[in-house]
Ligand binder design. Structure first.
Ligand code: FES
Length: 114
């Protein structure tokens, strides 16, 4: 399902936001703004299938916002590749979600249907 998140300018640069694309009340995805582009990942830690990663709403990054962190057991992931660089699932990857900014500056996701 294609989802518009609104203007890129509404996402603080370098920060993350959970996305409830399915409308079930829980963020199944999250997006991170990297300047003029965005990346998006499923909120599903490869350490334990189905584990949610944020410790509070929209909090998917470490303190200096240089890596994605799963707050369950501290796994750290590269923001752009989704590769786990440190922690119990080192070498595994987050599942990517296609995300882009269109010519009008709107952020889009192709969210999985599940
Ligand atoms: S569930 Fe994510 S690090 Fe353990």
């Amino acid at each position: 399902m294609r989802v518009c998140l609104g203007p890129l300018a509404d996402l603080p640069d370098g920060d993350s936001r959970g996305v409830d694309a399915a409308g079930g009340g829980r963020a199944g995805l999250f997006v991170i703004r990297r300047g003029a582009r965005v990346v998006a990942w499923r909120d599903d830690c490869p350490h334990i299938a189905g584990a949610r990663m944020a410790w509070r709403r929209d909090a998917y990054l470490n303190a200096d916002r240089s890596r994605i962190v799963c707050h369950a057991h501290g796994a750290e992931f590269d923001i752009d590749s989704g590769l786990c660089l440190r922690g119990p699932c080192a070498g595994e990857r987050l599942a990517a979600v296609p995300a882009w900014v269109d010519a009008r500056g709107l952020v889009w996701l192709d969210a999985p249907d599940d």
